[in-house]
Design a protein around this ligand. Structure first.
Ligand code: HEC
Ligand code: HEC
Length: 209
């Protein structure tokens, strides 16, 4: 290859890099604006510091998209929630109303952005004996789809390790009552759990720091 050809290739490559890096930058700015109304509850970049609000930064984009579409369709329960902080403090809303205000394109942008953020584990108290029991239950019944304590975003099954314990408890209630549908193969495993197993699992997920 001649020197000129090499130079040409080099400039072509840096040009492509510029184009490639320009687009995600604009997308991120868009997503940050869309996420503005979420921060009062889910924290900066989805790293919720409120024990009743799930941490959502760092989950996979397909999981987040499915979750928000499920709220939009009211397939998941539309619990009434109160803004714990910010200008709307004390006002009530629910995730279905929030998701309904977003277009599918917005949901995709938000999901891509959140998936690129770290999952910042909650700082919370747990019972070590219960957590040890929970690990056994998890490994026997849940590990297949929630590997490494449910810490891998690529399982597309949410993230359980380090999630706020009250949110996990609420999810268990919603699955148990049938208000939130379960994926076909999770259902038989979940329905076999005793109440004590569920509480042990909550402490196991809460034990990840
Ligand atoms: C007023 C508080 C509040 C606001 C504002 C809010 N959320 Fe939520 N969100 C919640 C709560 C509480 C839950 C847990 C489920 C429930 O109680 O409905 C939740 C659940 C979720 C989940 C599912 C988490 C999981 O683990 O499956 C996603 C995703 C989500 N919210 C995204 C968003 C996005 C994106 C916005 C902004 C556009 C937003 N939320 C705004 C309170 C809020
Ligand atoms: C066959 C695969 C599979 C098995 C087994 C399974 N799950 Fe799941 N689980 C999923 C998928 C997929 C999702 C996300 C989609 C959904 O909520 O329907 C999920 C979601 C969840 C959530 C909600 C996460 C969130 O952020 O809201 C919890 C909690 C959960 N599973 C707990 C369990 C427990 C506890 C067990 C074992 C008793 C278990 N799962 C077994 C596939 C599985």
């Amino acid at each position: 290859m001649t020197i000129n050809a090499k130079k040409y290739l080099a400039s072509l490559c840096s040009g492509l890099l510029l184009v490639a890096s320009g687009t995600p930058g604009a997308l991120a700015a868009d997503a940050q604006e869309l996420l503005e109304p979420c921060t009062a509850c889910h924290g900066e970049n989805g790293a919720s510091t409120e024990k009743d609000m799930p941490i959502i930064g760092g989950m996979s984009a397909p999981y987040l998209t499915d979750a928000m579409l499920a709220y939009k369709e009211k397939d998941w329960p539309c619990h009434e929630v109160e803004f714990p902080a910010g200008p709307d403090k004390g006002k009530k809303t629910d995730m279905c109303t929030i998701a309904d205000d977003l277009s599918e394109k917005d949901i995709e942008k938000i999901s891509e952005y959140l998936a690129a953020q770290p999952f910042v584990r909650a700082s919370q108290e747990f019972d070590a004996d219960l957590a040890a029991k929970g690990e056994q239950v998890h490994d026997a019944s849940c590990k297949k789809c929630h590997d490494e304590g449910g810490s891998l975003p690529d399982d597309d099954s949410g993230i359980l390790a380090g999630q706020w314990m009250p949110y996990i408890r609420q999810s268990f209630e919603d699955f148990g009552s049938g208000d939130r549908p379960m994926t076909k193969k999770m259902k038989p495993k979940f329905n076999k759990l005793e109440e004590a197993d569920k509480e042990a699992l909550v402490h196991y997920y809460g034990s990840f720091k």
